[in-house]
Design a binder for this molecule. Sequence first.
Ligand code: NAI
Length: 341
Amino acid sequence: MKVAVFSTEPYDRKFLDAANHRANAGHEFIYFDTRLEPESASLVDGCQAICAFVNDDLGSETLKILADQGVQFIALRCTGFNNVDLSTTAELGIKVSRVTVYSPYSVAEFVIAMIQMLNRKLYKAYNRTRDDNFSLNGLMGFDLHGRTVGIIGTGKIGVILAQVMHGFGCHLLGYDPYPNPKFGEVGDARYVELPELLANSDIISLHCPLTDDNHHLINQNTIAQMKPGVMLINTSRGKLVDTKAVINGIKSGQIGHLGIDVYEQESEIFFKDLSDTIIQDDTFQLLQSFPNVVVTSHQGFFTEDAMNGISTTTVTNITDFEQGNPLKNEVKPPERVTVSV
Ligand code: NAI
């Protein structure tokens, strides 16, 4: 099948080509580094399918252009589908698939790296010693042992994070509207209501999808309920967090450390080399200026294992559509979850 693949980097091409070859699937991938949006949608010329990533715009305007060009299938090479207008795909008869599961270890392990980087200030230490500055002033951290970690969203990634944090000797609190029995099996993990989690956690990590109901789940009100000096980690979706409220929380000291791998306006910034440009997003620039904030550009998933999993499933999804097989990873319109890679 001829597939227009958007938002690609050399690593996407390498892994997709390898998966296509391994499966002997014979798909013809037409790679574009540009993001999919109404302005670029006509590039699909002659393709029956497209393959898109987290920050591609699959709103109704783009979808109508794709449908006019004969596109019948969208293979998302990510878990989340918040960027797809599913009522329009249903109207237009376009099928959508996603990668429901790929290494959840990739993100959970990344969170551990972020927690310890912030806690032990490794980003400062690395630069200091390279500059022959061997002073320890300002580098003091805290033992994770005995601290309480609050996990919001206890699905695949949240449970693995709980297991690892249990290994560090942490206490575990979870909040999830759909409790997962696996979470309760880890150490002293227990479910609590959100206010209790906020009030008692030294570290709070977000692992829920973005839905219609939890936009700005972390806001001025919820930040005020947190322990002073809390560490907040967001590797889920940028829009779960009200960035301006978080900035106020950092300025007042209520938030002691912030690690984000996702950002509300990331589609304008992430996955690009902007080192020679003047970034116009003042909120983002302010966030970057704080000494207790670490920002990474949506790289939680980015391991060889995860890329292999994503590419293999994406190729299988395209083959299933091509051969008229049942689409086991289909995203159906009634599913209401609006965001998750
Ligand atoms: P999952 O579907 O296994 O688990 C999500 C959990 O969140 C479920 O237990 C669900 O009941 C819960 N949930 C739903 N709404 C909630 C709410 N309002 N409050 C609290 N919990 C809620 O998903 P998985 O694989 O663990 O991924 C979690 C999120 O991580 C994804 O939705 C995605 O946004 C993000 N992600 C980020 C990546 C990155 O590279 N930074 C890569 C992969 C996923």
